[in-house]
Design a binder for this molecule. Sequence first.
Ligand SMILES: *Cc1c(COP(=O)(O)O)cnc(C)c1O
Length: 425
Amino acid sequence: MHSVLPYAAGNAHPRFMGWVQGGGTPVGMLAEMLAAGLNANLGGRDQMPLEMERQIVAWMRDLFGLPETASGLFVTGSSMANLIGLLVARTAALGGESRKTGVAASGLRLSAYASADAHGCIAQAMAIAGLGTDALRRVPVDARHRMDVAALARMIAADKAAGQTPFFIAGTAGTVDTGAVDDLAAIAAVAHEHRVWFHIDGAYGALGMLAPDVAPLLAGIGQADSIALDFHKWGQVPYDAGFVLVRREADQLAAFASPAAYLARHPRGLAAGSPWPCDLGPDLSRGFRALKTWFTLVTHGTDAMGAAISHSCALARALGQRVEAHAELELLAPVALSIVCFRYRCEDANAVNAEIVADLHESGIAVPSVTTIDGRTAIRAAIVNHRTTLDDIDALVHAAVACGRRRSGLSGADAAPPPAASRPA
Ligand SMILES: *Cc1c(COP(=O)(O)O)cnc(C)c1O
């Protein structure tokens, strides 16, 4: 209590806007305690906890408009969910035999595509899959940080002409830096034309489908072959709760199901109920992530969760407006969802803005994080926490300006920081 609580990162706090992190829910905490008491292992077996996971798979399938054939799986986070999507696509491209013979035996040179703003875990997945990060083509982005889909089509055509086998396109629904949403329907059309697997990294943005004002931005999401998303971000489910959906269960089974005598199935008894989650991904022992997700979805309801998502986007727009209205601040990227990238205008702005963020962390006033937009260091506020209000936005702006003035040698009454935010008791 004394040694840990005050020294955690604090993402349950309304002024935590660093990186892209959810705030957690009390029912999620209760569910974690119950899950630990039950100590269920969700790798397989014919048990009710698995039916709860399957229920959530069905809800997500319906939310995104995927067909009945779709399968899904809880994983740690979207880093793993994106990796699984890529591995399923790899096996679909090379055939099931490649699991035995290896990637090189096919003689094919597989290439993948993601925007320059895609999350680093896509490149990481290429490395883990043995395909190499050089084979991940980084498609340029437009002024709104969305994938240039015409460039994507040109790159695929050029790669095909050069003897490559394009096998995987990752569109992003909510990029980690700026919250940009790729034109998913346009990417789907290119993927369809070239017969390339269409994966969506929806880690942050996919649950925007719950919000009537955000869902239209995600048009085309239902055409994906696979989708990665995180319930622990906009879904507010306590860590960790990543999720992957695959359009055709047969593809997911082809990539992961393996016979093993000790995992033999039977028509009745606990060994019934095949296929099991261990047939759909690399994990055998798995915790009961579905319970905290089920509790959160059912207790609050999808309307309230959608409203919280809309609210965080409204707060981001308000922050964007405050930044644009303030002579000392500058907006560095358009606000698409609930992420705002801005900076304090001054000499040596890159160094000063990084210090401003560290000052804010140490002051306990607010926690934005740092990123780089077009070579410029940005203060990045990712408003994901459902507890954040307009007062918190104002406190962030006030404190960032105060720190900026102090750091750049300006002082005066306005430079005094506001009182430190209260810490959770
Ligand atoms: C957070 C995030 C990831 C990584 O997800 P984890 O759950 O942290 O593993 C991948 N892509 C995007 C766009 C993200 O926002």
